[in-house]
Every structure is written in structure tokens, then in C-alpha cells.
Write a protein that binds this ligand. Structure first.
Ligand code: C2E
Ligand code: MG
Ligand code: MG
Ligand code: MG
Length: 285
């Protein structure tokens, strides 16, 4: 009995795996054409000063509108793009689009752009970014590149050198989703980080989980000592914002303040803010 069941199960798994693989392949094929067909765009989520609530920067978040399936979240298609070698192309598209957009923003509003490990592992990135900064005329110190902890793990990869070169060009390097990966604290010394972003998972239970408060306080403490900025991610409630402010967290990003929006919409908010209009502020205490 067990044997015949076993064979049956194997065949079912085979078929399911086949279907999953096919679905992935067809999505990858669609993604390959997405750029040229204009299906990719960039959304911008403001990052605010937690005290004044003024917008001090924004994070660029790639969006893909599939002709049949509608919006597909980046958490789904970025890994696909990384797997099939499309990430460089998509990454460069986001860099170019977001830097051009940000160059027109008033004041010294910064633009943060996510980098996949493959992008920073390629020495070409230094040239790509130098070219984009030159053509868009965006000042290098307004560009922030967000990397995740897994990016730093490969020893002997070009990543470390690439990030230091970018740092010397005046570009800021940011450690994203801090505390969720496997990196040791010594990476904070080895890489030229200007900022760490406290992952949403530590923010979401603030006020209920004592440990999360301790972790956040520790991150803020380390960042202060090392002269790094801090942004808390995924702030959704007033309680979270109040606690973060009480802990001395200088910056925040989250649905409580602003959701990701189109570039034109953000430009309007920034212009209103520049003019001193209260309309630019989210209704948060
Ligand atoms: P991330 O870099 O940590 O970006 C923040 C994510 O949190 C965004 O999701 C944003 O919409 C979401 N978020 C912001 N505020 C809140 C909040 O208050 N509550 C909740 N629940 N979520 C919030 P999104 O746009 O779906 O992006 C997910 C991830 O995909 C990003 O995480 C980043 O790792 C990756 N990603 C997005 N755009 C790019 C890109 O251009 N290149 C690369 N390599 N990765 C990207
Ligand atoms: Mg990010
Ligand atoms: Mg993040
Ligand atoms: Mg995150």
C-alpha cells in the first residue's frame, strides 16, 4: 500500500513542481519585456523627521503592472529578476528614473534606492551611478543606496570595495531591514554606512513586546555612537510613533505618515512644504 501511495505522491509533486516552474518561467518572460513595454514604474514613499514631520527624503519602490495580472508586488518579482539575470536592467531603470525625479525636488530632499546583492557585487555599478549622477545632475549626497544584510555576507566579493568607492563619491550607503539578517555587528564598522533602517518587524509590536523596545533602543544607541542616522520602518500607529519619538528615533517611514505615491504627487507635497503650508503635513501628533 505504502509503495503504491508513494509513487502516486511523487507523481503529484512532479506535476505541481512542473506547474510552479512553468508559472515562474512565464512570469520571467513577461518581466523581460516589462521595461520596454513601459509596465515598470517607480513609487516614492516619504521619510519624515519624527519631530517636525517634515518630509526629508523618499524611498523609491519599483512597481510592475502586468497587462493581465495587474500589480505584482516587488517581493514576488524581484527574486525572479535576481534569479534570471534581469535585476541589473531593472535596477538601473529604477536608479535612472528615481534620480531624474529627485533632481527636480526642492531643498535637499534625499532619494533612497534599494540595491540587490548582484548590483553591488558588480564593479560596473560605480560607473553606472557616476553616469546617472552626471546626466541627472543630482548631487551625490542626496542619493542613498539601501542594501540588506545578506549583501554583505559573501567574503571576497567586490561588494565591499564597490560600496567604499561609492562612499568616496559622496553617495550614502544605508543598511536596510536591520536586525533581520545574519550579519554581525562588526559589519557596521567594516562598511561605510551613513544610516540604518530599523526593520518593520521590530516596530509592529511596539508597546506590546518589551524586547522590541530594548532592541530599538540598542539600535538607536549604536547608531548615535557611530554617527549614523536611523529610520524606523513600517510605522502604522500613533502609539508606535510616540514611543519611537520618546526613544529618540530621529526619522520614520510608514503608512501612518505617507503611503508610497507617484513622483508628481510627492513633488506637490514638497513644494507645499517648501512654501510653509500646513497641508504638506500628515495629521499625526
Ligand atoms: P523595503 O526596502 O524594506 O521597503 C519597504 C516596504 O515596506 C515597501 O514595500 C513599502 O511599501 C512597505 N511599507 C512602507 N510602510 C509600511 C507600513 O507602514 N506598513 C507596512 N505593512 N508596510 C509598509 P514594497 O514596495 O512592497 O517593497 C517590498 C520590498 O521589495 C522592499 O522592502 C525591497 O526589499 C524590495 N524592493 C522594492 N523596490 C525595489 C527595487 O527597486 N529594487 C530592489 N532590489 N528591491 C526593491
Ligand atoms: Mg528599502
Ligand atoms: Mg526596509
Ligand atoms: Mg523591510
Amino acid at each position: 500500500r505504502a509503495k503504491s501511495d508513494g509513487r502516486g505522491i511523487v507523481r503529484v509533486y512532479d506535476q505541481e513542481m512542473d506547474e510552479a516552474m512553468q508559472a515562474r518561467r512565464s512570469l520571467q518572460a513577461a518581466l523581460r519585456q516589462a521595461i520596454t513595454r513601459g509596465e515598470l514604474s517607480v513609487a516614492y514613499q516619504p521619510i519624515v523627521n519624527l519631530t517636525s514631520q517634515h518630509i526629508i527624503g523618499a524611498e523609491a519602490l519599483v512597481r510592475w503592472r502586468h497587462p493581465e495580472h495587474g500589480f505584482i508586488p516587488p517581493a514576488q518579482f524581484i527574486p525572479l529578476a535576481e534569479e534570471c539575470g534581469l535585476i541589473e536592467k531593472i535596477g538601473t531603470f529604477v536608479l535612472r528614473t528615481a534620480c531624474a525625479e529627485a533632481a527636480s525636488w526642492p531643498g535637499d530632499t534625499s532619494i533612497a534606492i534599494n540595491l540587490s546583492p548582484q548590483q553591488s557585487n558588480d564593479t560596473q555599478l560605480v560607473h553606472i551611478i557616476a553616469d546617472i549622477l552626471a546626466t541627472t545632475e543630482l548631487p551625490p549626497d542626496r542619493l542613498e543606496l539601501e542594501i540588506v544584510e545578506t549583501t554583505m555576507l559573501e567574503t571576497g566579493s567586490p561588494t565591499e570595495d564597490v560600496l567604499w568607492q561609492l562612499h568616496r563619491q559622496g553617495v550614502k550607503i544605508v543598511l536596510d531591514d536591520f536586525g533581520t539578517g545574519y550579519s554581525s555587528l562588526s559589519y557596521l564598522r567594516r562598511f561605510p554606512f551613513s544610516k540604518v533602517k530599523i526593520d518593520r518587524s521590530f516596530v509592529c509590536d511596539l508597546g506590546y513586546e518589551k524586547a522590541d523596545s530594548s532592541i530599538i533602543l540598542a539600535i538607536i544607541g549604536i547608531a548615535e555612537t557611530m554617527n549614523m542616522q536611523v529610520t524606523a520602518e513600517g510605522v502604522e500607529t500613533q502609539t508606535q510613533a510616540n514611543l519611537l519619538r520618546a526613544y529618540g528615533c530621529p526619522q520614520a517611514q510608514g503608512f501612518l505618515f505617507h503611503e508610497p505615491m507617484e513622483g508628481t504627487e510627492l513633488a506637490k507635497l514638497l513644494t507645499a512644504q517648501q512654501a510653509g503650508s500646513e497641508r504638506a503635513l500628515p495629521r499625526v501628533l
